[in-house]
Design a protein around this ligand. Structure first.
Ligand SMILES: C[S@@+](CC[C@H](N)C(=O)[O-])C[C@H]1O[C@@H](n2cnc3c(N)ncnc32)[C@H](O)[C@@H]1O
Length: 781
């Protein structure tokens, strides 16, 4: 024998027993059976109809099905928890004559039904009946044994084809909420079946499924799933992979679901199988309802109460691909005829409603939201991709001064920048304003305020405090799915599901503003003053604060390196502090960066103590609030006041520019507009430039020349719109980094009476934050 062959033979003698030994190890048997049945067996035999195929596929692995699928079928628990929390949160109590029935379609071994009870999402006894429908006998056998062991009398197993399933209750015509998790062929007929039998008023449908997707249209922009798009390779790879097991993952599968049903929640996930980074199977979780649900209350809340006239008029926000120029619910039935003259309508009004409804596109998830219409519908825009997270984790202006100096009161209709929502929550608390429009272009800022509002509605105070007082909650994920989700828009839910990690250690150290806190901590550590910072946070008098500031911290912060590297650096200012170039120019007109920083910080230690009152600086130095030093909404009294519908229903959250939101509002509909320091961000306009006449144009109607002109004069248009939308006597208010900002002349040119509320002079602070050099108002006479 040649030495080469001899060497191979020796290797075989070692390898072969090792492989046999490996196969014999109990720990390897389950995954090997899974791999054999999924990846080898399908090639060895071909089966007849679908039932035969399923039974052939699952026959040899039914008893190991649950243990092998826990990693593969991610999202099931989330879907069940969402179904449970949404069922519990439905506004109409689910009681009365109609039975509550859950049909688990393609329920297999009954794992999900057991999970619902065992993990206490919803007790099985909550349902009058639970049906598991599946076509595969070996799996159903496991389910029967499981339910018998539990002794559940209301859970039944039906061996049926899902696309034609029937349940005994249908004889009486009653059917109610159900969940489905779907991964089965004849998808279209299955969905038609579900839609046909789902209670339009209260029925809910849950789906968790793998998917592929490339093309995106206005439907995706409206329901907030632009993130579902994947690369050409990923699409091809996963479709081919699932094809091996006769699962056809075509994109139209999910499309049809999103078209056929009303979307309540949608989340795109990646199943990193066995925690590997290279196997990332795309899956989604869907909670939906019949499109026959009455969304008129939501439409009214958005169109009338939120003044979302643009959405209605341009047909952009309500039904993006709809042939209607407005919501079908917004017009009397007789007028609807006019839109689709050539449809052969049935004789009854009810039938006609159905036909009209079917030809339109689905509404946005905002319209099907179960509780609270806080967030005004918006379409996902290209610009939103720039905002992957929040810039402001807390609001850096003193709302107490706003309430006092502007006289904010009960009958006010306020428009203010959302930021982290702290100030608008304060206005609601302190003045119980009639209406508060919170506006931010960055959707993530709106998601923060939505989360705070939902948390106030649904959490116990201790959980609320941990989340936003301490900035961390060890169980945030569970709270999100089980309590907060029904009160969140689909967009906000999907964002927080992806960003739940922000509450793992400390929310206030996340986002762009979190970077500023981290850098400050590093700087204090390197300068050896971390201890002094702690002392400053504990100081019980302003005299002690001043002493620590003057002797220990001031010399460190105001040294040349700090000034050059950080505070005087435009890149740091924008990314960590959110100060753009134009704003830097505003304060540079009055002095150097150093002058500005000194005027800002020097007066603060002498104002009030950080530990009892100045929660703005306390948070920055301490990283979290305390019960004594925190915004009013975080205190127990604030928390319970904001729970009242009358207070929190005043909020309307817009995801757009101030100009666009103003354009949608009625003439004279606001009394106060508080735009923080946003005016500092615009390019200066020379005083001799005439103010634009007429309404701001609709951006989509503009020619390139008009678009350029519009961009150049956006601030002017904003001011013109402010004047139109304000009641006479109403005011627009801003803070500025400049003592006398250049744009006062634009307000005057538009006919406003402009006056300073305060200007920071002679080492005096204008409020507890004291970040800005001046505070102004422009009054509409
Ligand atoms: C991926 S498994 C999911 C099982 C279960 N829902 C779970 O979470 O473990 C898909 C299930 O759909 C069932 N199924 C496939 N086609 C079906 C059909 N036409 N009618 C009923 N059940 C079907 C299969 O038998 C299988 O149990």
């Amino acid at each position: 024998m040649s030495p080469w062959l001899l060497e191979r033979a020796q290797w075989s003698l070692v390898l072969l027993p090792s492989v046999i030994l490996l196969l014999a190890l109990p720990v390897c048997r389950t995954p090997l059976r899974f791999m054999w049945n999924c990846f080898v067996k399908p090639f060895l035999r071909s089966y007849g109809d679908q039932k035969e195929q399923l039974e052939g596929f699952y026959q040899g692995q039914a008893d190991v099905y649950d243990s092998t699928r826990s990693h593969l079928l991610k999202g099931r628990e989330t879907m069940l928890q969402l179904l449970a929390s949404h069922l519990k949160a439905q506004p109409t109590p689910l009681s009365g004559a109609r039975p509550k029935i859950w049909v688990d379609i393609g329920g297999g071994t009954g794992f999900n039904i057991e999970k619902m009870q065992v993990d206490e999402y919803l007790p099985i006894t909550w349902f009058d009946a639970v049906y598991l429908v599946d076509l595969c006998e070996p799996l159903l056998e496991v389910a029967r044994k499981r339910f018998a062991a539990k002794g559940w009398k209301n859970v039944h197993v039906l061996c049926q084809d899902a696309s034609k399933f029937t349940i005994p209750e249908w004889e009486s015509g009653a059917l109610d909420p159900r969940g489905t998790d779907v991964e089965i062929p004849s998808f279209y007929s299955l969905l038609d079946r579900c839609d046909q039998v789902l209670d339009p008023k209260r029925g809910l449908m849950g789906v968790v499924d793998f998917y592929t997707s490339r093309d995106l249209g206005s439907k995706e922009r409206a329901i907030g799933t632009m993130s579902k798009r994947m690369s050409w390779f990923a699409k091809w790879f996963w479709e081919s992979w699932f094809e091996l097991d006769h699962v056809h993952l075509h994109a139209s599968r999910r499309d049809y679901l999103e078209y056929k049903m009303g979307t309540i929640k949608l989340y795109n996930g990646r199943n990193n199988f066995l925690n590997s980074w290279f196997i990332q199977i795309p899956y989604y979780i869907f909670i939906g309802c019949s499109r026959g649900r009455d969304a008129s209350a939501a439409a009214e809340a958005f169109e009338k109460l939120a003044g979302n006239r643009l959405g209605r008029d341009s047909s952009g926000l309500l039904t993006p691909t709809s042939p209607f120029t407005m919501s079908p619910f917004a017009t009397p039935l007789s007028e609807k005829n006019h839109f689709i003259p050539d449809l052969s309508l049935g004789p009854s009004a009810a039938e006609m409603e159905q036909t009209i409804f079917d030809v339109g596109a689905p509404f946005s998830p905002f319209h099907y939201q179960l509780r609270k219409a806080w967030r005004v519908p918006y379409l996902e825009e290209k610009i939103h991709e720039q905002f992957r997270t929040h810039i402001y984790g807390w609001t850096w202006e003193d709302p107490d001064i706003d309430v006092k100096r502007l006289g904010i009161k009960k009958d006010d209709h306020v428009l203010a920048i959302t930021s982290a929502g702290d100030n608008v929550l304060h206005y609601a608390l302190a003045a119980n304003c009639e209406r508060i429009h919170a506006v931010d272009m960055n959707p993530c800022q709106g998601h923060i305020l939505e989360l705070k509002l939902a948390a106030i509605q649904t959490l116990e105070y201790s959980d609320f405090w941990q989340t936003f007082g301490e900035g961390r909650h060890p169980d945030f994920d569970r709270l999100l799915d089980s309590k907060l989700a029904p009160f969140l828009s689909s967009h906000a839910y999907a964002y927080w599901k992806t960003h739940a990690g922000q509450f793992k250690r400390n929310f206030y150290f996340r986002g762009y503003s979190g970077w500023a806190l981290r850098l400050a901590q590093v700087a204090f550590f390197l300068a050896g003053v971390s201890k002094d910072v702690k002392q400053l946070c504990r100081a019980s008098s302003t005299a002690e604060q001043k002493r620590i500031w003057d002797s220990r911290l001031r010399p460190v912060l105001f040294n040349r390196v700090m000034m050059k590297m950080f505070l005087g650096n435009p890149i740091f200012n924008w990314h960590a502090l959110g100060v753009p170039r134009n704003q830097m120019n505003c304060f540079l007109q009055d002095g150097t960066v150093e002058d500005f920083c000194k005027a800002t910080l020097d007066p603060v230690p002498g104002l009030t103590t950080l530990k009892d009152d100045n929660y703005f600086f306390f948070l920055c130095l301490n990283g979290r609030y305390t019960r004594a030093s925190c915004p009013a909404y975080l205190k127990p009294e604030g928390f319970s006041t904001l729970k009242a519908d009358k207070v929190n229903n005043s909020f309307k959250l817009h995801t757009d520019t101030i100009l666009n939101v103003l354009r949608g509002l009625e003439d004279g509909s606001l009394t106060k507009i508080i735009v923080m320091d946003s005016m500092d961000w615009f390019d200066p306009i020379p005083p001799e430039t005439p103010m634009p006449t007429g309404r701001a144009p609709d951006e989509s109607d503009e020619s390139p020349e008009e678009a350029y002109e519009h961009l150049r004069s956006e601030l002017d248009y904003e001011i013109v719109e402010m004047r139109r939308v304000l009641k006479s006597g109403g005011m627009a208010v801003w803070r500025s980094a400049a003592k006398r900002p250049w744009y006062c002349q634009r307000f005057e040119a538009a006919g406003f009476k402009v006056e300073p509320i305060d200007i920071r002079e002679n080492g005096k602070a204008i409020d507890r934050v004291n970040m800005y050099a001046s505070f102004w108002r422009a009054i509409k006479s």
